[in-house]
Structure formats: structure tokens, C-alpha cells
Design a protein around this ligand. Structure first.
Ligand code: PEP
Ligand code: MN
Length: 340
């Protein structure tokens, strides 16, 4: 349930209402907007909501009480009607601009990440991606450079002025990774790692949360709720393909999730056509389709020499292909009233 306060509610009113809710045995989550303060009531069962709403509506400074019937609360549109915009060092995700994040699957060495970063910047990419801790299906595959990779990624970001995004795999590494990145990425395999979600929810950094490869949209939004409910409201969702019976692509990119999530949630949603297809040949079409479907951004794997990539070469664009794609995406964005 959500308690919406009147415009003239004071700090003291907020305190008193929170105390009252807690004394009734429920949790609270206060969200102070520019115009309104909203208090989320956590833990009320559906059958308790009507009576509770009446009790709370009679309190001083309460404008109205809205019961939220969805299992996720803070992620829902009922909780927050305006779409959330997340500002990462001046790059706004969730606004009119479609934000393109790009870079290699893994940071392999200083030279390749610098080269790629410069090319991404020159092609109008806005955020640099690169994995230093890699969640590989086989324990014998390249696992990433670890802290050394974070250092050169962060360096490449600073030199080009691009904010960076990188994955954190382990709750014990959240502090370390946070020192080097502007956005923490939670990969598909960790979407249900609740201790990790809780840990990133305690940070102040934006979180790029990828959809679990076998997760429903509801489970996806509940994973976001873990982060939001720990006090971190800067969550960017990412559709990256799900497992289906189809074997001819690596995953099945569920573009329906984009408008659906925008209906259900106020959080921005971006699309990963690289993991979503697994084949570089399919990436441009799906990137364009994602923008046409209303995505707030894209995350695309780019490698200077995909044939030699230590991970995900088959789905990586080379630099000229990325440049061409960016030109095409600019036109698609314009056609749907957005810009790149
Ligand atoms: C990645 O972005 O390189 C990655 C491993 O993605 P996902 O978690 O979606 O597989
Ligand atoms: Mn990858």
C-alpha cells in the first residue's frame, strides 16, 4: 500500500505516520519526490488492506491511501506514475534519448579496451561496457581479469569521458567493483541471487539488472524490488533473451517485455541484442526493433577483432559494423520521436 501525503506535510508528520505504521506491525519506505512525499507500507496482506487504508486515511497530512495489489510494490506504476530517469554522470537513462552502451564482453587487456572505448565514443555511444568478473558456463573458460580489468576499464572510461558499466558476481566484491564503476551490472545468472541483490541495494550506484534467462516478467520485477526495497532506487532493467524451445538462436529475445514492463513499472528498460541472439548477424535488426518497441537503451557487444575474442566473439560486432549500426539507429530513433 502507498500513503500519499498532502503538499504541506512536515518532516514531523512523516515521522508520526511512519511510527504509526510500524506500531501496527508493518514496514515503511519513504520516498520524497519534488512535489509529494509518499510512504510505502510493506507487509500488509490483501485482506487487511481495506481496514488499514481506512485507519491510515484518517491520519493528519494523509491525502490518500492506494492499495497496491501487485506482488512488487516500489517497482510498480501504481507506486510511481512518472517514469524514472536515471542520471549517470550526465547521461540520462529513461528520458527521450535512447542510450547506447557498448564494449567488449570481457576486458582482455589495456590496449583493446582503450581502442574500443575511443571507437565507441567516436560513434556516439554513451556508456562503455566490459566484464572483469565473468560468469562463464564452463569453469575452464576465461574468467576475466578481475581487479586488473576493472582498473583499465575505469581508465578507459576516464580518458574518453564515458561512464562505465561492469558486472559484479559476488556480494563480497560489491565494495571493490563499486570503486571502479559507474553502474553495477547484475547478470542473468544472478538475477535470483538475493544476497547479491540486497548488497547492491545498499549502495548508491545505479544497478543494471538483467532478466534471468528463465524468469517471468513478474519474477524480474520482484528481483528489482529487492534492490529498491534496500533503498537504492536507481535500477535499470535489461531484457537479454530467455530460454525457449528454439535452438537456432542462443536465447529468444522477448521484445514484448519492453512495452509490457513500461506498462507495469516506472523503471527504465534497455535491451541486449547481443546475448539475446548470440549471433552478430542478427544484432543490428534486433537493435533497431528494440528502439522501435520503445526501449530506453541498448547494450551491445563490440570487439576490435571478434574472431580473437576471449568470450562471446560470435555475437560481437567489429568497430566498422558498430559505426554503421549507430548511423542506422539514429534514423530509427528519429522515426519514433526519440534521439540517440
Ligand atoms: C554480459 O553482459 O557479458 C553477460 C554475461 O550477460 P548475461 O548476464 O545477460 O548473460
Ligand atoms: Mn558477453
Amino acid at each position: 500500500m502507498v500513503i500519499v501525503l498532502t503538499d504541506n506535510a512536515t518532516e514531523e508528520d512523516v515521522e508520526l505516520i511512519c511510527e504509526k505504521v510500524k506500531s501496527l506491525g508493518y514496514g515503511v519506505n519513504v520516498s520524497k519526490g519534488i512535489e509529494k512525499t509518499i510512504i510505502g507500507v510493506i507487509g500488509a496482506k490483501d485482506e487487511q488492506k481495506l481496514i488499514l487504508a481506512q485507519q491510515l486515511e484518517s491520519l493528519h497530512s494523509v491525502e490518500k491511501v492506494i492499495p497496491i495489489l501487485k506482488p512488487y510494490k516500489l517497482a510498480s506504476r501504481e507506486w510511481k506514475k512518472e517514469r524514472t530517469q536515471i542520471n549517470v554522470n550526465g547521461v540520462v537513462i529513461g528520458g527521450n534519448d535512447v542510450v547506447v552502451m557498448a564494449g567488449p564482453c570481457s576486458v582482455e587487456n589495456e590496449e583493446m579496451i582503450m581502442l574500443t572505448a575511443r571507437a565507441i565514443k567516436a560513434a556516439n555511444g554513451k556508456i562503455l561496457r566490459g566484464g572483469a568478473f565473468k560468469p562463464r558456463t564452463s569453469p575452464y573458460s576465461f574468467q576475466g581479469l578481475g581487479e586488473e580489468g576493472l582498473k583499465v576499464l575505469s581508465q578507459a572510461g576516464k580518458e574518453t569521458g564515458l561512464p562505465v558499466v561492469t558486472e559484479v558476481l559476488d556480494p563480497r566484491d560489491v565494495e571493490l567493483v563499486s570503486q571502479y564503476t559507474d553502474i553495477l551490472q547484475i547478470g542473468t545468472r544472478n538475477m535470483t541471487n538475493y544476497p547479491l541483490l540486497t548488497e547492491v541495494g545498499r549502495t548508491k550506484l545505479p544497478v543494471l539488472l538483467k532478466r534471468g534467462l528463465s524468469s517471468t516478467v513478474e519474477e524480474f520485477l520482484l528481483a528489482a524490488e529487492y534492490i529498491l526495497s534496500r533503498g537504492n532506487h536507481r535500477v535499470i532493467l535489461c531484457e537479454r533473451g530467455i530460454r525457449t524451445f528454439e535452438q537456432s538462436t542462443r536465447f529468444t529475445l522477448d521484445l514484448t517485455a519492453v512495452p509490457l514492463i513500461q506498462e507495469l513499472s516506472h523503471l527504465p528498460i534497455i535491451v541486449d541484442p547481443s546475448h539475446g541472439t548470440g549471433r552478430w548477424q542478427l544484432v543490428p535488426s534486433m537493435a533497431k526493433a528494440a528502439i522501435a518497441a520503445g526501449a530506453d537503451g541498448l547494450i551491445i557487444e563490440v570487439h576490435p577483432e571478434p574472431d580473437k575474442a576471449l568470450s562471446d566473439g560470435a555475437q560481437s560486432l567489429n568497430i566498422p559494423m558498430f559505426q554503421t549500426l549507430m548511423e542506422e539507429l539514429t534514423k530509427v530513433a528519429e522515426a519514433v520521436g526519440r534521439s540517440l
